[in-house]
Design a protein around this ligand. Structure first.
Ligand code: KDG
Length: 327
């Protein structure tokens, strides 16, 4: 077997075909749709790849045309999809959005019994982590099928055994599982990560009501080495045992679609954090949080879960206050 291309980041999870109505209003009356793909981990993979990191995305897709579409879209983004397996017995999943004209879109999943929902520990191979530095996982995968939580646990454990660092975004999706199961499973995975990336609401769901500083201390106490709280329009705050840093939000004048903003945030954070050049936690946290806030904000400017993710040159231009050349 040929060696795998080195990867800064490995990630795995389910990607789906995404059908978005071209109009606002109830999905039941939407006549026309655009077609794209989506999935928390592949959104992060695209964000990282556009910022110049090498990324390996792993999943199970149906042996069907929608599986082809996902694999070729991600390969087209420069992501290594060599280890993706195609399952002739189970299909690629689909999901729909419903734009109400205000707030977060509603989402409707058609993913029960999908190829990725069959992911099991036996699929997680030591080879997944060969030649790689970091694993990123989300709390969506454990909710998908009977053995997916064990698959995530196995992957996190194996990655650490092979010397990778691990990040974990709980990405709570209440439509996928019960609150009790979600809380128990997500909490059990926190000690297996180095970087924990909850939103404020997710932190409260997992740990009850606390101050931001208490959340930082609480999740560091569970074993994470860095805790990053996403505060939405208020920016973000990060904690390590040595530092606590707040970063102001990147302001935008209008929000088109919030779905995928958390993944963009994760990509922004990791792209900076994994390339830390200094030993100064405060400095490293601030740089990573500022980039994360910027990416999260940019992701809300477009319909679609990843289409608004910027390339490195755009990020550098925005961070240095440069003007955009439009024509
Ligand atoms: O974070 C955005 C994702 O939620 C979206 O792209 C689709 O993976 C997805 C999911 O399970 O909701």
């Amino acid at each position: 077997m040929a060696g795998l291309k080195p990867a800064d980041v490995v990630t795995f999870g389910e990607s789906m075909v995404l059908l978005q109505p071209m109009s606002e209003g109830p999905l039941a009356y939407a006549p026309l749709f655009t077609r794209s793909i989506a999935g928390a981990e592949s959104n992060v993979a695209i964000g990282l790849s556009r910022l110049g990191l090498s990324v390996r995305w792993i999943s199970r897709l149906g042996a069907d045309p929608f599986g082809d579409l996902i694999a070729s879209t991600l390969a087209g983004e420069g992501i290594d999809v060599t280890l993706v397996e195609r399952d002739p017995a189970y299909p690629t999943a689909v999901y729909f959005k419903e734009f109400k004209g205000y707030g977060d879109p509603n989402v409707y999943y058609y993913r029960k019994g999908s190829a990725a929902s069959r992911l099991a520990p036996e699929h997680v191979k030591p080879r997944w982590f060969e030649n790689a530095r970091h694993l990123h996982v989300t709390g969506i995968t454990p909710a998908l099928g009977p053995e997916t939580a064990d698959a995530v646990r196995t992957a996190m454990t194996e990655a650490r055994k092979q010397g990778l660092t691990v990040s974990f975004d709980p990405n709570l999706r209440r439509k996928l599982w019960s609150e009790e199961e979600a809380r128990r499973t997500l909490l059990s995975l926190v000690p297996l990560c180095d970087i924990f990336l909850p939103g404020l609401e997710e932190a409260e769901f997992l740990a009850g009501e606390m101050t931001e500083e208490q959340y930082g201390a609480h999740f560091l106490g569970l074993g994470a080495k860095a805790v990053v709280l996403k505060l939405g329009e208020q920016g973000s705050v990060g904690f390590t045992p040595l530092a606590a840093v707040r970063a102001q939000p990147h302001k935008v004048s209008r929000v088109v679609d919030t779905v995928g903003a958390g993944d963009a945030f994760a990509a922004g954070f990791l792209s900076s954090w994994l390339n830390n050049e200094s030993d100064d936690d405060e400095r490293n946290l601030l740089a990573a949080l500022e980039r994360a806030n910027l990416l999260g904000a940019l992701a809300t400017q477009y319909r679609g879960d990843w289409e608004g993710l910027p390339k490195l040159a755009e990020v550098q231009r925005l961070q240095s206050g440069g003007r955009e050349t439009t024509r």
